[in-house]
Design a protein around this ligand. Structure first.
Ligand code: SAH
Length: 447
């Protein structure tokens, strides 16, 4: 068992106030909408700048892939959804687990400390978060690191945030540093840096490749689902790619069309043995997982990915969210969050054996294994008023209920092979003591 004392001390610790909850963008709640303009376009207040930009582009050079459409709508430097609006949180378009309850980030913080100890307590540790949203998850993790500072005292910790949105990086800077940040000189790979309220250096980057090498713990919570997907449809003539075009019947409206012939993507991404009729592939997620796996193989560490998704079984999951409601993906682009389920089987394949992989395991199982029930009991015992207790129970239900976020969100990890199997185990199976189990993916008993 890993970290019994530190974990127990943490789980029994005092609390901050729980957070309010709105609706998550979990797929359980999602039904696919048609691509018409009804309702939602009107709510969008008419076609905006992003729609004008896209229709000009489509008129000039023809239909674009769904991936290209998604990239423009979400991260176009001028008008993209994340660039301008940000969207995460109760006042935004969707709510995420760290925004629902501090316990979520705390248990992830405990997971990292547990792995750091199991890997022999390296003297430096980079916490690298991809797509940190409002920065809440990192803040909760850093609070755990501070509470367990006696355990981490000899470790030199730094935080590295990979964020494309200037608006969200500002929000992160205020939350994590109190706004005390400075832009980095051009010749540095980070675009901004500061010191966390708990005294840890924080750096911001646009790309994972800019993060310096070193022993690192990577975190991607609801990040991969925001990356652009390609969509494919099986037809009588073979596989065709789904594209986005202007609807010739209705001005300023977009529609899906099928490519008239195979595209480079149909050739590269559809496996000959594929049995589904509709497939979504996110090559950008594949490239990022390859990079994470290479970095972990070379410098050590681990990656924890948490998202809604499937193991290569689902078909049509592309959907939009605005003001906590499902939103037509082709309507008013740039004003709504666009997302698709993560294909964990694809991520596993893209690790290419450079690291071991664990999961996907359901969120409710992961959090249970991490001790969420004990943590809830302690928080309930320590809370004086009924409203706080109700809020605690409500947020626990949001995270754990199989009908809410408990079943559709999953945890998946990349770990060095030697973390799971002794390098020389095959030769001398009896010579080594057993490796500690990986927290969260195994039930850990608190002794
Ligand atoms: N992890 C947060 C936020 C999830 S929303 C949470 O769970 O609350 C997705 C996040 O990824 C946002 O911060 C968004 O700006 C960021 N993002 C989206 N595409 C990105 C890309 N290509 N590179 C880096 N960050 C990206």
């Amino acid at each position: 068992m890993v970290l019994p004392l530190a974990r127990r001390a943490f789980l029994a610790g005092r609390r901050r106030l729980p957070r309010p909850a709105a609706s998550p963008r979990a797929p359980a709640a999602a039904a696919r909408l048609s691509s018409g303009a009804e309702g939602e376009a009107a709510a969008a207040g008419g076609p905006g700048a992003m729609l004008r930009h896209l229709t000009r582009k489509l008129r000039a050079s023809g239909p674009v892939t769904v991936a290209e459409y998604m990239r423009e709508a979400l991260t176009n430097p001028g008008q993209g959804y994340y660039t301008r609006r940000g969207g995460v949180g109760e006042s935004g378009d969707f709510i995420t687990s760290p925004e629902i309850s501090q316990v979520f980030g705390e248990l992830i913080g405990v997971w990292y400390i547990s792995e750091w100890m199991a890997m022999g307590k390296p003297s430096t540790l980079q916490l690298v978060e991809l797509g940190p949203g409002r920065g809440t998850l990192t803040e909760d993790i850093l609070r755990v690191f501070k509470q367990l500072s006696s355990v981490l005292s000899k470790c030199d910790i730094s935080v590295h945030l990979v964020e494309v949105s200037p608006k969200l990086s500002e929000i992160q800077a205020v939350l994590l540093t109190g706004g005390k940040v400075q832009p980095s000189p051009e010749d540095e790979s980070a675009y901004m840096k500061g010191i966390s309220k708990t005294g840890i250096p924080i750096f911001w980057y646009r790309d994972i490749q800019d993060v310096p090498p070193g022993y690192s713990f990577y975190l991607a919570h609801e990040f991969f689902d925001a990356l652009p997907i390609h969509k494919f449809q099986r037809t009588e003539k073979g596989w065709r790619e789904v594209l986005v075009d202007i609807d010739p019947q209705v001005p300023d409206q977009l529609r899906f069309v099928l490519s008239p012939s195979r595209t480079p993507a149909t050739q590269n991404f559809i496996q000959p043995e594929e049995t589904r009729d509709h497939v979504e592939v996110c090559p950008e997620a594949g490239v990022i997982v390859q990079r994470l796996a290479s970095r972990i193989e070379k410098d050590g560490g681990a990656a924890l990915v948490a998202d809604y998704g499937h193991d290569g079984t689902k078909t049509d999951t592309f959907r939009g969210f605005r003001n906590h409601q499902l939103h037509d993906v082709l309507s008013a682009p740039g004003t709504a969050d666009l997302t698709a389920d993560v294909d964990f089987s694809y991520l596993r394949k893209m690790a290419q054996g450079k690291t071991a992989t664990l999961g996907p395991i359901k969120q409710r199982e992961f959090l249970k294994n991490m001790g969420i029930d004990l943590r809830l009991q302690v928080l309930l015992q320590n809370s004086g008023d009924t409203a706080t207790r109700e809020q605690l129970l409500h947020s626990y239900d949001m995270l754990m209920n199989p009908e809410k976020m408990g079943d559709c969100f999953n945890f998946f990890a990349l770990l060095p092979h030697h973390r799971l199997v002794h390098p020389d185990k095959k030769d001398k199976p009896e010579s080594k003591s057993p490796l500690p189990p990986v927290a969260g993916f195994n039930e850990l008993l608190l002794k």
